[in-house]
Each structure stands twice: as C-alpha cells, then as structure tokens.
Design a protein around this ligand. Structure first.
Ligand code: PLP
Length: 574
C-alpha cells in the first residue's frame, strides 16, 4: 500500500538528511514490483544513476481518464522517490498532471537539498516521463475530438495504443546487425528511406518463392493468386488513406513519378499564359521542378505561398495569393527538411473558393500521421512505399474519380488500353489507364503488407511515439552552444529536425557521426530553393521512424558532442 502524500509530508519534512534516506528506503519497500515484461528498454527512464522503468496505466476514457504510475528501480532509495511520485500523481487526469506543481511538493519535503545531484537528475527524468505520457494522452484525446468535430465522413477514431518499441525494433533485421565498429546501427534517416520489418521482407520472399507470375495476365493458379494479392494491396492502401474506393488508387514507381504524371497528365493542356500554379519554397524538388517546367512550357506563372520566418506557410497571406487565376496548388503535407506540417484543410478551403486543384505531396506525411483524403477533400495525393516500411520502386497516386477521369496517361502500352486499332487507341478506366506495362508487382504486394503492419498498431501510435522523440531531441539540441535548428516549434513539426552547428560543416559532421554508427543525412535534401531561402548551402538532418528510441537520441547526442570536439579543434569550415 502506497502512503498518501499528506502522511509523507507529516513524517518526512522535518527529518534530517540521514533520516530522510532511511524513510525513503522504507517507502521504497511499500511499492509493488513492476512486472518483468515492463522492464524494457523503451520504458527505461534516462538520466538516472540507477536503472528505472516507468509506465502509466489509465482508468476511464478521454480527458477524464485517471492515471496511475507504475515504476520500479534497482535502487531502494529511488523506489522511495517513486513512492512519492505515486502519492503525488496517482488518480490525476492528464490535464491535472500537466498543471501540477511537483516542484512545490519537492520544496515542501526539502527533497532537493537532501538528495544527490545525480538522484535529482533521475527524479527530474521520472517527472518528465510522467508529464510526457500525460501529454501524449492529452494530444491523442484532442486529436480524436478534433477529427470528430471536423467531418462526419471521417473514419471513427481508434484509441492510441502504447507500443512496445523494443519489440517493434526487434522486427527489423538490419537494425540487429553489428557494424564493423562493433556497434548496432543508429538509423536516423527514415525520411530518406525507412527500414523494413521482417513481415515485409518475408512477404516479398513468399511471392517470389511461392506464386510469382505477372499480374492481370494469366488465369492459371499463380496468376489468380497474384491478382488477388496485388489488388488486395491496392485495397489496403485505399483503406489506409480513406480513399473511398480502390479504383482511386494508382500504383506508381514513387512520389516523383506520381507528381510528374499529374503535372504532365492533368496540368499540361489545362494551363496557359495568365494561369497560376501555387506552390512553396519548402517543396522537395519532386514537387517543385515538375511544376516549374510545366509553367515554363505553358506560359503559366509559378507562384510561391510566402513562409513565416520560422518556416510555416503564412496563412495571413492566403487571401492574397489564392486568386481567380490559381489553377493548381501543389504543396507538401510535411516538409522533408523543416519538418513543418502544413494546414492542408485550410489550403483546400482557399483552393475551393477559387476553383483550383490541390495536389498533396504526402511522401513525409503518410508514413507518420493519419491521412484522410476524403475528409481533407484533396484532388491528388502521392507517396512512396520505401518511406513507409515498404520496398523501393513502388508508390501511390490517389486521385478523386473525376480528376483521374480528366487526367491523360503519359505512359502507353499493355494493360492500360481497352481498344487498339491501327489508327487509334482507347484507354481503360482508372487505375488501369495509368498502369502501362508490367508493374512492380512484388513491391506493390509488399507495400500492402507494410501498410497492414502499420495499421495493426495504428498510425496514431506511430505519430505519438515519433513526437515524443522529436520533442526530446529538440530539447537536447536547443541546449547546445552554436546550435541553429531550422523550422518551426514542436507544435507545427513532425519527426524531422535539420540543423547546423557553428564551426561544423554538415558533411564533416556526417562522416564523424558515421564513425559512431550514427546514420544521418546531410546536404540540401533535394530542397535547394529552401536552402537558398534559409541562406545555407547544407544542413544535417535527423529523421525518425517507429524503431527509434531514447537510446538512439542518447547515442546521437554523444556522437555529436564528440564530433564537435574534433571539428572545433580542427576548425572545420562552417
Ligand atoms: N517529396 C518529399 C517531401 C520527399 O521527402 C521525397 C523523398 O525524400 C520525395 C518527394 C521524393 O520521393 P521519391 O524519391 O520516393 O520519389
């Protein structure tokens, strides 16, 4: 039985240091042991001298759910501190925990004076873990409420699950592989390509070894099975995006090709001098160059939605930049460099008012937070399989049925036709119209598997985990001297942080991080106009996936600190 806070105050406050330690030991005896299955890496609290694991349980639902702290340590004094935290926080709601003056409790107990600086850090680590679990709960409740109030066509919200990241990480063979330096890889480049879980790798193997054939060709056993799997993957994608029908899902080789298909197949022939294409300076080249080229070809104008100084779309300027001449708005849902999450619904609202078509680059958003193309009312959305734990060579183009009807195919050949004569040809209906020739069949099926795998845990839970990591890294980096983080504050960004450190060239830094088995990206990240706007030639980028942990952040910050020492000593160009 855990003592009540009032009892602790009564007995504890006036004790001297030695007696407080004895009392903490006694309190520590009172708390129940944390079951072994919860003593995992993911539940470990960092910054403590001893081992500490901490989780929370809730009873009730929504914002009135009450929290209970479950924690344990190999140190009995720390168990005593846990008993104090339990007495203080148990039975509070997330909002109450976030408002609670825990420092006031520590002051009243004179705790800060009586415990060692290391223990103080550990105590702070536990408090931060409790607050971040409460915050995660509060965010998920707000999101569910927001979604419910925004539209009735959206899917019912699922409760956000707490994931066992250690278990998830163990499903990624490449992350278990020792590097020549003897360390396991710290993979922080999921924004470029995510690693693949075993189920996806095995799915590819299953297809190749057991029933491979071309799709939509043979009616023999393998052919039928392949068709079923291929179309099953399309249905999985449609469900994941809430696309209404699998017919609105076109398989492509990736985001880049999908965007080119839209620019050429829908934009060309529709635009002329005086028309405007609206985009942003933060776009990946894949969502910039096709529109730039289309403008040059057709005489249309490429116009940029201004950014705020911290790298968000300046919504105050929407009224001016969306005009009667705007035909296409092509925008990323999340910047691959700044991490900025853009307000797609606001963009769509303004586009509708002027009759423009909205093309969303979902390469960085679809793998990291929920996408609902119907609720968002976008015309087109594209993404790549390799960023969502699937294979390379496969991507998706979603289009509203009427847009796909209007869009011309740009690749011609087998499967996409309904009639061919010597004089002319007629096209099949979408999606076949856009899938000429043999598709990346195995990759499409494996993408379906990757999406089912994400769905089995819930994309909301992926987002919540990645937001926690982002917050932690952001906080750690902010504290470093000479650090410049690009992009907005945490409330407007996903799991990407790009930065520069004074005196350290990103290329040199990447090489030194690599020596520690820490893999990051450096350079312009295919966003040259954005880097020009920011006035830098290159940055270092960390981007998270579901398998990343607090330990990865720890390893990264350690490697960064060591690299800094080396580079500062040598005076690396900045
Ligand atoms: N758009 C964004 C925002 C990206 O981050 C990327 C890749 O990094 C792309 C487009 C291009 O994707 P792909 O190379 O898979 O075609």
């Amino acid at each position: 039985m855990v003592s009540a806070l009032s009892e602790i105050f009564e007995e504890f406050a006036d004790l001297d240091r030695e007696d407080q330690s004895r009392f903490l030991l006694e309190l520590g005896d009172e708390i129940p042991e944390l079951p072994a299955e919860h003593r995992t890496e993911v539940n470990r609290v960092h910054g403590c001298q001893s081992q500490v694991w901490l989780i929370t349980e809730t009873t009730g639902a929504g914002d009135s759910a009450k929290f209970r702290i479950l924690a344990d340590s190999d140190s009995n004094i720390v168990r005593g501190l846990i008993a104090i935290l339990q007495a203080a926080y148990n039975d509070q709601t997330a909002a109450e925990i976030l408002r609670y003056d825990i420092d006031g409790v520590f002051r009243q107990l004179h705790l800060q004076q009586h415990i060692s600086p290391q223990r103080r850090n550990g105590l702070r680590g536990m408090v931060e873990r409790i607050r971040s679990l409460a915050e995660r709960h509060a965010v998920s409740v707000t999101r569910a409420v927001d979604r419910d109030s925004q539209t009735r066509s959206e899917r019912p919200s699922q409760p956000v699950r707490t994931l066992d990241i250690g278990q998830i990480r163990s499903q990624f063979p490449v992350l278990q592989r020792s590097l020549p330096c003897g360390r396991l890889p710290v993979y922080l480049d999921s924004g470029a390509s995510a690693q693949k879980p075993r189920v996806v790798i095995e799915k590819e193997r299953e297809v190749e070894e057991q029933y491979f054939a071309n799709a939509h060709r043979g009616t023999y056993q393998f052919g039928l099975r392949i068709d079923e799997e291929f179309e099953g993957a399309r249905s999985a994608v449609a469900r994941f995006l809430n696309a209404g029908s699998a017919d609105n899902i076109v398989f492509t080789p990736g985001t880049t090709i999908g965007l080119n298909m839209i620019a050429s197949g829908w934009g060309r022939g529709r635009l002329g001098p005086g028309d405007e294409i609206l985009t942003t300076v933060m776009e990946h080249h894949a969502n910039f160059v096709p529109w730039q080229q289309l403008a040059l070809e057709t005489g249309a104008t490429l116009k940029l939605i201004p950014l705020t100084a911290d790298g968000r779309l300046d919504q105050g300027q929407f009224e001016q930049v969306f005009t009667e001449r705007t035909r296409i708005v092509a925008v990323t849902a999340m910047s691959n460099m700044l991490g900025t999450i853009t307000p797609i619904r606001e963009i769509v609202r303004h586009a509708r008012a002027v009759g423009a078509c909205v093309v969303v680059d979902g390469a960085q958003s679809v793998p990291h937070f929920a996408t609902d193309v119907i609720a968002d009312d976008v015309d087109f959305l594209v993404f790549s399989g390799h960023k969502i734990y699937g294979p390379t060579g496969i991507g998706v183009l979603y289009g509203k049925p009427e847009r796909l009807e209007e869009m011309r195919p740009i690749h011609f050949g087998g499967h996409m036709i309904s009639q061919v004569s010597v004089e002319k040809s007629q096209w099949s209906a979408a999606p076949a119209k856009f899938e000429a020739g043999t598709m990346p069949i195995v990759q499409a099926i494996a993408l379906g598997e990757a999406i089912r795998w994400v769905e089995s845990m819930g994309i909301e839970a992926f987002h919540a985990h990645e937001q926690l990591l982002t917050r932690e890294l952001y906080r750690r980096l902010q504290g470093l001297e000479g650090m410049q983080i690009f992009g907005p504050g945490l409330e407007h960004r996903g799991g990407i942080i790009s930065f520069r450190m004074a005196g350290m060239h990103p290329e040199d830094l990447a090489a030194l991080l690599d020596q520690h088995g820490v893999f990051t990206r450096h350079g312009h990240h295919c966003t040259m106009p954005l880097h020009t706007w920011l006035g830098v030639s290159a940055t270092t980028r960390v981007s998270f996936g579901i398998y990343n942990t607090q330990d990865d952040i720890e390893a990264f910050v350690n490697a960064l600190t060591q690299a800094e020492r080396v580079l500062r000593r040598r005076g690396s160009a900045s």
